[in-house]
Design a protein around this ligand. Structure first.
Ligand code: AMP
Length: 210
């Protein structure tokens, strides 16, 4: 299964990707997590990405395409993968096709901007392993600590309300046209956001016929 997850920032792509990844035994490639790790480690890619990520803008396509091509060439991607947060522009989607990377489906999680803005205020992210939680919908077992690794839970800088609005604008302008791109290729599947994580997973599993 080679899957692309589409959806606004905060739609639940990362959460659903983790669940599907465990269910299907394939890795999730999250460009956001790769960039945050690079920023934390101060690598050249991280230094380049920092101002874009922190202000809610998109990192230039050439940087992203380079990262993803390298990552998909690794051994654990042989049997499939879930792309979370890439492609985010038509040129990125085109670049995947140009290097012969074909996916089975592009699944879009549909959710309103109002629900996103409410939801992002409660999002917490593990500083060490990037797992995400929500203070109400998906709390950790111990407040402020990651269930997976015990790392400290923090608020992502780009989850600040003004930055969330900027990211939603970028999503509608740059990323939403990808739905048409994959629709034309017969690959688009749409799933409505559901009241709980489990119900959204159920809808996704049904849509993908897993
Ligand atoms: P995410 O964790 O997917 O919400 O990504 C966080 C931030 O990383 C985005 O707001 C962008 O600044 C950057 N980013 C992640 N993936 C991409 C991508 N495919 N293209 C451009 N920028 C990206």
């Amino acid at each position: 299964m080679k899957l692309i997850l589409l959806g606004a920032p905060g739609a639940g792509k990362g959460t659903q990707a983790e669940i599907l990844s465990r269910k299907c035994g394939i890795p999730t490639i999250s460009t956001g997590n790769i960039l945050r790790a690079a920023m934390k480690n101060g690598t050249p890619v991280g230094l380049k990405a920092k101002e874009y990520v922190e202000s809610g803008k998109l990192v230039p396509d050439d940087v992203i395409i380079g990262i993803v091509r390298e990552r998909l060439a690794e051994d654990d991607c042989k049997n499939g993968y879930i792309l979370d947060g890439m492609p985010r522009t038509i040129p990125q989607a085109q670049a995947l096709e140009d290097v012969g990377i074909e996916v089975d489906a592009a699944l879009s999680i549909e959710i309103s901007d109002e629900v996103i803005i409410e939801r992002m205020a409660g999002r917490r992210t593990c500083k060490d392993c990037s797992a995400t939680y929500h203070v109400v919908n998906n709390p950790p077992k111990v407040e402020g600590k990651c269930d997976n690794c015990g790392g400290e839970l923090t608020i992502r800088k780009d989850d600040a309300p003004e930055t969330v609005k900027a990211r939603l604008d970028v999503y509608h302008k740059e990323t939403e046209p990808l739905k048409d791109f994959y629709e034309k290729r017969g690959k688009l599947k749409k799933v409505e956001n559901q009241p709980t994580i489990e119900l959204t997973t159920k809808a996704i599993v049904e849509a993908l016929g897993l």
